[in-house]
Design a protein around this ligand. Structure first.
Ligand SMILES: N[C@@H](CCC(=O)N[C@@H](CS)C(=O)NCC(=O)O)C(=O)O
Length: 209
């Protein structure tokens, strides 16, 4: 039995993405949660694992060639876990390209832009112009995802893939809490219910709640 993968995380949707992938692939892991207080600095030792000092990070003692590997950036971690387990990625190149496309949409518009929405709300100066720009961009992302889900059960077809695992947490948390959430996007609502009912997804969401 290989040593478990260490998951170092702050309880946020990025950590939930990685935890879902770990649960869905069945790879053994141990989660270490750090709850950062406002204004608290990242522990200096964490910079040795991620030069940007962000979370999540994984350390896999049983990496390529049996050597330990440390990985930062949520999408890079998720792709590594999928490759390592041979799960959640289609066998054909066009299928993998489609998965990567939706992973990128999830990591950019849906994660960064939706998170910026909260930042503008906390600002002490007028942010109406920036907010309008963010709201419009998030709406474009939601429209595209909804249109896609009108044609397919999951984001890239009839199978649950890494794309679903990585887009679901931000949709079910950050986006849902934004004004309007994904209201009016019935295909997204259907998909959120479908993905959220998966036992591994429920466990992954709970790890980093
Ligand atoms: N692009 C990075 C973003 C990571 C990120 O923003 N992590 C946040 C938690 S979700 C964090 O570590 N915040 C603490 C900090 O900025 O010091 C990824 O996808 O992993």
């Amino acid at each position: 039995m290989p040593a478990p993968i260490e998951l170092l995380h702050l309880p946020t949707s990025n950590a939930q993405k990685v935890a879902i992938v770990l649960e869905e692939t069945g790879l053994p892991y141990v989660a270490h949660r750090w709850v950062k207080k406002a204004g608290e600095a990242t522990p200096p030792e964490h910079l040795k694992l991620n030069p940007i000092g962000k979370y999540p990070v994984i350390v896999d003692p049983d990496g390529p060639g049996g050597e330990s590997i440390t990985i930062f950036e949520t999408s890079a971690i998720a792709l590594y876990l999928a490759e390592k387990s041979g799960r959640l990625l289609p066998a054909d190149l066009s299928g993998r390209v489609a998965v990567n496309q939706w992973i990128s949409v999830g990591a950019s518009i849906m994660t960064i832009m939706a998170a910026q929405w909260f930042t503008t709300k906390r600002a002490r100066t007028d942010q109406s112009e920036t907010t309008a720009w963010i709201v419009a961009d998030v709406a474009r992302g939601l429209g595209a995802i909804d249109q896609q889900l009108a044609q397919t059960t999951y984001l890239t077809g009839s199978d649950f893939t890494l794309a679903d695992a990585l887009v679901y947490p931000v949709m079910a948390t950050t986006v849902q809490r934004n004004p309007g959430g994904y209201t009016g996007h019935d295909n997204i609502a259907r998909w959120v219910t479908l993905v959220g009912a998966r036992p591994a997804v429920k466990r992954g969401m709970a790890v980093a709640e």
